[in-house]
Structure formats: structure tokens, C-alpha cells
Design a binder for this molecule. Structure first.
Ligand code: ADP
Length: 427
């Protein structure tokens, strides 16, 4: 059994694979656990990512789950803990990033950590504490309209300070550009000023590689997935292609999409435009069908079954901002979200029951619900499809035998042709 040196806690499922992907590419063998395992790790892994679904939970529950994950990771021997959140710093107005960070710090007995969602490969950069998505500020990127976690302020020092009891500071780009020793000197200075969490600027992978050595030995790191590229070196590991090997793919192909993010909506449109079969489901229709004694899940599977032999099919609830707002106005944001998640998860399980063994899941919450419905508790992380999105392989009681390949795509990740390209790459 290898030593697990890095223990990671991710606040949603797609975020966990995003982090695992970067660690694999930097040379770590990575296993992703779905939820906190009840048993000791039974695999060879340099890093384990515990995937929670805690992003939108009430803070107290998110803290309790994160602490349970911490205890399990410590029992596996983890030397450093990495709390992973979204590269768009997704949090509800009451916010979990601050409370979870502070609870982990207390549990680890440490008085300082960093925070940065920077992920330059995916055009998430932090400068002067402001988060940019591509060329625009976070609050102009579409994230201000997210169904569950609208982000209306791009200043992360301000956002995080609003969620923390301790003082939040900034390690700005001028310092980061000077390298690890300058970063460490700035950390010492901030600590002497009583700062407990420092947002770190990073606008390039070089910045993240400069940050990596400065984090050597820091008990807790909090970040998006980007910081991961600079950490394996601290444990003597270097990039290698063997870290990402998966079994060969088989079976039918399907996409299930519940993400309403801009990139996903483009991917849905591109898939439809390519002439592939696509079925839309929406919360009002699900509710109406239920009220009439019917079931959208059965309808969707009956639609998909004759099509699967010809290539990938798409079932989606993805919709634009106006449509989502209209539905939320009628059913409530949480209720409509849950309704869609449960329906898409049952459809995903049903599709695997029909013989689908290559499954693309789009949306963090959506993927979480689907993975739970498939009773998947561990994923081996494979090769990257697009930045932040690798293929994975897992065992499921719905795919007895060889298991299935799946990818958990975070809403805003992936190129427009992702839903077709992913299968081509796997083949
Ligand atoms: P992303 O990764 O883009 O944030 P998520 O799956 O995490 O995607 O979140 C999208 C949320 O929106 C989910 O809770 C989903 O159930 C909900 N949702 C999806 N489609 C609709 C729709 N048509 N109307 C209202 N809510 C929806």
C-alpha cells in the first residue's frame, strides 16, 4: 500500500474530479471517494479526494461533513489537507467557504492558510484580489445569475471576509511574481498582523508553480483546483502518463445535463445542431406529468432506448436564465432544483440499466445526484478531456461487471463540442 500524502476535501463532485485531474497530470495517482468512506482506503494513491456535496448546504452541515472527511483523511496518513472549492468561488449569500476553512484550521491547530480559486488553464485568474473569468470580472461572467450560488462581488477579500470571523488579507501579484521566498516572507508579515487567511493572486501557471513550494508543510491549503499543479513536487513527485491509465471503454453513450451555465447551454445547442438526438425535460413538465399520474423518467428512457445503438443521446434540463427564473418563481429555487436533480439522476441510472457504459454528466449538483443514484463510491481518475474534466472509471450496481466510464463536467467547463468530443477521445 502506498502512502497517501495529500488529503483533499472537495465541496462538490465535479470540483473533486477537477482537482483530481490536476493532481494526476502533475504525477499523483489519485482516487476520488464519493462522500466520506466508512472503511480504510483500499487502493494505491498518492492523493485521495473526498467529494462532498456541501457547497449549498447550511454552513453547520457543511462544516460537520468537512470535519468528518478531515478525520478520515488523517487516519489514512495525509500530511497536508487541501480544501477545494469552485474556481468561480461559488457560495450562497451565507457562504460555506469561510466557515469550513476556519473549522478545518481549528481542527488542524493552524493559525494561517491561503485561499485562491485561480485556475489559469480555465481562464480563472485572481489579480489584486479580484477574480476574473476570462476577460471579465466574476460578477459580469454569468455567475451573477447562477440558480443556487449567484456571485455578485468579484473582490474575494471582501467576499471571504464576509464569511470569516478571522482577518482576511491579500498576497498580491507583485509578491507572487518574486517567487516562493517572497511569498513566505509576506505570509510571515501577514501572520504578524493577525491575518488568518490570505487570498493569493495568480494569473498564470507560473504563478501557481511559484506558489507551490511556498506551501510546503502548510497544514491546510484552500483553493480551486489550480494550486494543485504546484504541490506534487513538494512530495518528490513529477508528471507521468501512467498515473492516468483506465480500462478500455465499451457500451452505449449518453449525456445527462442539468447545468444551466452558459458553457453548458452552448454545449447543448452544439450537440443538437450536430443532428444528434436530444430530449428536454423541465421542472414544470416533471411536476405536471407527476400530477397526471405519469413519469418523465419512464418517458425519457422509452425515448432513448431505440436511439442508443446509433450513437450518443442527450437528456437535458439546461435552460437559459429567463426560463430558470420563471420556473423558480413558480416552484421555488430549491424545490425546482431538487425536482430536476432527482429526475435526471433516475434517468442516468435508467440509461445505465439500458446498457450505457459511457456517460457524460453536466453540472456539479446534477453530477452529484447522478453519482449517488448510481451508488458509485469511488472513481479512478483518467485522462483529461478538457481542462478540469477527466474521464473516470467506476463500479456501480447498475453496471455490474466491468463498471462504467463517466465524466463529471462542471457547468462552465469544456469546449462547445464537449458532448461529442468526449466520446471520440474515449474511443
Ligand atoms: P452548474 O455546474 O452549472 O452549477 P448544477 O447542476 O450544479 O450546474 O446546478 C444547476 C442547478 O439548476 C441544479 O440544482 C439543477 O437541478 C437546477 N436546474 C436545472 N435545470 C433547471 C431548470 N430548467 N429550471 C430550474 N432549475 C434547473
Amino acid at each position: 500500500m502506498s502512502r497517501t500524502v495529500l488529503g483533499c476535501i472537495a465541496d462538490d463532485f465535479t470540483g473533486a474530479t477537477d482537482l483530481a485531474n490536476n493532481l494526476v497530470r502533475a504525477g499523483m495517482r489519485v482516487v476520488q471517494a464519493i462522500g466520506v468512506p466508512v472503511q480504510a482506503l483500499d487502493a494505491q494513491a498518492d492523493a485521495v479526494v473526498v467529494a462532498l456535496k456541501s457547497r449549498t448546504l447550511p454552513a453547520r452541515e457543511a462544516v460537520a461533513q468537512s470535519l468528518a472527511a478531515l478525520r478520515w483523511l488523517q487516519a489514512q496518513g495525509a500530511q497536508q489537507i487541501y480544501f477545494k472549492y469552485c474556481s468561480t468561488f461559488d457560495s450562497t449569500p451565507l457562504g460555506n467557504i469561510g466557515p469550513v476553512t476556519e473549522a478545518l484550521m481549528d481542527a488542524l491547530g493552524t493559525d494561517f492558510t491561503i485561499a485562491t480559486p485561480a485556475f489559469p488553464d480555465n481562464h480563472r485568474t485572481v489579480f489584486k484580489g479580484y477574480l476574473f473569468v476570462g476577460d471579465v470580472l466574476l460578477n459580469e461572467s454569468g455567475m451573477q445569475n447562477h440558480p443556487l450560488t449567484p456571485m455578485t462581488d468579484a473582490n474575494l477579500v471582501r467576499v471571504l471576509q464576509g464569511q470569516c470571523t478571522g482577518k482576511v488579507g491579500l498576497i498580491d501579484h507583485q509578491v507572487v511574481a518574486q517567487g516562493a521566498s517572497a511569498i513566505q516572507a509576506r505570509i510571515a508579515q501577514l501572520r504578524s498582523q493577525g491575518v488568518r487567511v490570505a487570498v493569493v493572486d495568480a494569473i498564470s501557471n507560473q504563478d501557481l508553480m511559484r506558489l507551490g513550494p511556498a506551501l510546503h508543510g502548510m497544514p491546510l491549503v484552500t483553493a480551486g483546483s489550480g494550486v494543485a499543479i504546484g504541490l506534487p513536487g513538494n512530495f518528490g513527485l513529477a508528471p507521468s502518463s501512467t498515473a492516468s491509465a483506465l480500462p478500455p471503454a465499451a457500451g452505449w453513450q449518453a449525456v445527462v445535463s442539468g447545468s444551466c451555465s452558459l458553457a453548458t447551454n452552448r454545449q447543448v445547442q452544439a450537440f443538437i445542431a450536430s443532428g444528434r438526438p436530444a430530449l428536454a425535460v423541465d421542472p414544470l413538465q416533471i411536476a405536471a406529468r407527476q400530477a397526471a399520474g405519469g413519469d418523465v423518467v419512464t418517458d425519457a428512457l422509452a425515448w432513448a432506448q431505440p436511439l442508443l445503438a446509433q450513437g450518443p443521446v442527450l437528456v437535458y434540463s439546461s435552460a437559459d436564465v429567463q426560463a430558470v427564473k420563471a420556473v423558480q418563481g413558480q416552484l421555488g429555487a430549491e424545490a425546482s432544483g431538487h425536482l430536476v436533480e432527482h429526475t435526471l439522476a433516475a434517468i442516468a441510472r435508467g440509461l445505465v440499466g439500458l446498457g450505457v457504459r459511457q456517460l457524460v454528466l453536466a453540472g456539479g449538483e446534477t453530477s452529484g445526484a447522478c453519482v449517488q443514484a448510481l451508488h458509485i463510491n469511488q472513481l479512478k481518475i483518467g485522462p483529461q478531456i478538457d481542462p478540469g474534466v477527466p474521464w473516470c472509471h467506476a463500479q456501480s450496481d447498475a453496471a455490474v461487471g466491468a463498471g462504467l466510464h463517466l465524466t463529471l463536467k462542471s457547468g462552465n467547463f469544456g469546449s462547445d463540442d464537449f458532448f461529442s468530443k468526449a466520446f471520440v477521445q474515449l474511443a
